[in-house]
Design a protein around this ligand. Structure first.
Ligand code: BG6
Length: 487
């Protein structure tokens, strides 16, 4: 094991859903696997008035229901929980930070990680209060949960505020998709296999599809979601990050800035979608009632806390184009939505047709090769190739077969994205975090679409919960003579 750093990991918003559902289990696993020095502490900070004991009990309760696998060990849990301290603080009130100051005193030998798992509107004030109370030390870093703003202007305000107190190199902006093992595997697939290198371009690839489909609805998040919608919640970050990893030039090393420089170039080369193209190249959808699994579910407008006249989109499909040499003429189709028929995330690289067929016409349809990278829930990489139907009677009959590389079978427990990312913050490795210029460039591109929808009055089309989204999303790709890949 590498040299472990002694840290104080301060979770602001410790009582929130993300902290309880994702961050605490991730920290437990890091503890269990020996990635965190035993003298490190976790300091939960939140407005709720609880003692450390009450907060620990709450975590224990959550763990009982969420740990279904064999990775829970009561002894380790007790050790983990003994590193925890909870402080109740009104985060907007500078004086209250004295409580935190008291807890940090005498632990100056530890590196300080400030994880802001709060509303983004609090990011600036938390950093300011930390600075006023002299709680920022040379080893301090700050982790910002997405969303960073809801457009370019608001993200700039947040970034400006935070950067008054922290250097860019100490700011870790999370996009949890980058913490997924399967997403990182895209780097391995592309940059450690010579096989793909010469064909990864417009000469051999016809188009690319990226789908992140969710079967869940809002899960009680109306207030947040209704101000964001699928474009801001998913496309601006998760799907653009996937697009970048698939299409960027090879970075010279895996160093944070080398990778991020390449991703930034891709985002900046994305063609703006405006004017008449908005109706041709984008589709907004909103789910109505329907059936999910075998349960009847309400439509978006009838969700808890909702109102009946929202035109927030819960589905987006986009044809994106990258204006550079490598990708000229290769559309990238993006699609994401809530309450779709099933939960899956998948990237399909669809290769061009062969230039000329030597096989007898009639009965032989030569399908294009496809590389299908399934990110979740079941992780796999498949290559679809043409093959001769075996046997004497078949002549030269061909069929498409799947070469299946099922990764999850030989993997041990697959670490959650937050485990990866928290460990990278502890190790001060910024590669998998978004740099300011990247986030802002992504907003520039996304804002153009969102503003265009508004100015042209483009409303979401309704789709039934439990389906693949509005029919216009089929039309979007079919207009180009292609279709969505369905297994
Ligand atoms: C979050 C979005 O960033 O990602 C959610 O805010 C979405 O709306 C979630 O459900 C999807 O993440 P995952 O890891 O479940 O695919």
């Amino acid at each position: 094991m590498d040299n472990l750093k002694k840290c104080d990991i301060i979770i602001f918003g410790a009582h929130g859903d993300l902290a309880l559902r994702k961050l605490m289990p991730a920290l437990y696993h890091l503890h269990q696997d020996g990635h965190i020095d035993e003298s490190s502490r976790i300091i939960g900070v939140s407005r709720e008035k609880l003692s450390t004991k009450e907060y620990s009990d709450l975590i224990s309760e959550k763990f009982q229901t969420s740990f279904k696998d064999e990775s829970y060990d009561e002894k380790i849990f007790q050790k983990f929980i003994s590193t925890l301290i909870y402080i109740s603080i009104d985060l907007t009130n500078e004086i209250e930070y004295k409580k935190l100051s008291k807890v940090l005193k005498g632990h100056e030998d530890k590196e300080r990680i400030n994880y802001l798992s709060t509303a983004p509107s609090l990011f600036g004030i938390i950093c300011k209060n930390l600075a006023q109370m002299k709680l920022i030390v040379p080893t301090s870093r700050v982790v910002l949960e997405k969303p960073i703003g809801n457009n370019l202007a608001s993200s700039q305000v947040i970034n400006d505020e935070v950067s008054k107190y922290f250097e860019e190199s100490a700011i870790y902006r999370i996009d949890h998709y980058l913490g997924k093992d399967t997403v990182q595997n895209i780097l391995a697939l592309r940059f450690s296999n010579m096989l793909f290198t010469p064909i990864w371009n417009t000469q051999y690839i016809d188009h690319i599809q990226i789908t992140v489909a969710e079967s869940v609805g809002l899960e009680g998040r109306w207030d947040y979601y209704n101000n964001y919608g699928a474009m801001r919640d998913m496309i601006q970050n998760h799907l653009l990050q996937l697009l970048c990893l698939i299409t960027m030039e090879p970075p010279s090393t895996l160093d944070g800035d080398r990778v991020r420089d390449e991703k930034l170039k891709v985002i900046r080369a994305l063609r703006f979608i405006e004017g008449d193209d908005l109706k041709l190249k984008t589709v907004r959808g909103q789910y109505g009632s329907g059936v999910s699994g075998d349960k009847s579910v309400p439509g978006y407008l009838e969700e808890d806390g909702g109102n009946s006249n929202s035109d927030t989109e819960t589905f987006v499909a986009i044809r994106a184009d990258i204006d550079n040499w490598r990708w000229h003429g290769v559309p990238i189709y993006l699609r994401t939505g809530k309450r779709m028929s099933e939960r899956y995330s998948e990237i399909v690289i669809d290769f061009k047709d062969i230039p000329h067929s030597i096989f007898p016409k009639g009965g032989v349809c030569i399908d294009s090769n496809k590389l299908v990278i399934r990110l979740q829930p079941d992780e796999s990489i498949s290559m679809f190739i043409m093959n001769k139907v075996p046997g004497l009677n078949e002549g030269m009959k061909l069929r498409q077969v799947e070469l299946d590389l099922n990764i999850s079978e030989d993997a041990p427990r697959s670490p959650d994205a937050y485990e990866h990312l928290l460990l990278d913050v502890v190790r001060s490795n910024p590669t998998l975090f978004m740099r300011r210029d990247e986030v802002e460039a992504a907003w520039v591109w996304a804002d153009k679409i969102i503003e265009g929808w508004k100015s042209q009055g483009i409303k979401p089309k309704s789709y039934k919960a439990g389906t693949c989204g509005p029919s216009s999303s089929m039309a979007l790709i079919e207009r180009d003579g292609r279709s969505w890949y369905e297994k």
